[in-house]
Design a binder for this molecule. Sequence first.
Ligand SMILES: [Fe+2]
Ligand SMILES: [Fe+2]
Length: 228
Amino acid sequence: MASAWGFRFKVEREAEVRFETLAARLEALDEPPHLVELARRAAADERRHAMHCARLAAEFGLSIPSEALPPPPPVAPASLDEEDAVTYELAAACCVTESVSVAVLTRLLPAARDASLRAVLRELAEDEVLHARLGWAHLTVAAARGRTGFLGPLLPAMLRGSVDDDLFQPVDPTREDEALLALGVLPHSVKRDLFVQALEEVVFPGLEGSGVDTAAGRQWLATVRSPG
Ligand SMILES: [Fe+2]
Ligand SMILES: [Fe+2]
């Protein structure tokens, strides 16, 4: 349990650095100031989330070292120019990852065992909704310039990069224990189902609304879901 919150701490810190970097890159590209501001706010939110995760990990007996993290590696393909690379990063970090986070937190919330855990999950969920919105707002701006279509063929790589390698594999039965939910951790198959549902109900329709052909992404999903 401690390790789940320790892992989440690391994810939140990486998100903090990623949003800080994206705010600077959006500003350098002269993107609308409200998007730069949303990215700055997201970085501050993630720092606060990381502190919550560190505290919860400590409650489960794991102390988290507080050293600074190196910047996370870029996720956009090196072939993209800076404007499209920022669009790719925001689509991956916000439209995909944050939308999935919202689904996960929303599922965890009613099952949380105590009020303090519920309060943290609620705070995270409310912030992650705004972080997802940053991605969608940016895609609207990029779509108006006709600069979103390139994402279509890149969706399989983007989606692959957004999940753990074993998400679509069977795992040790201890990771399927329903009792995990009360402690703020999703059983593996629930996590997989929520990922699929978030893609089908939120991410793919949102991308299509921004001028992205999702056929390759949908094909990727069908392939990873089919057994064998
Ligand atoms: Fe977060
Ligand atoms: Fe976030």
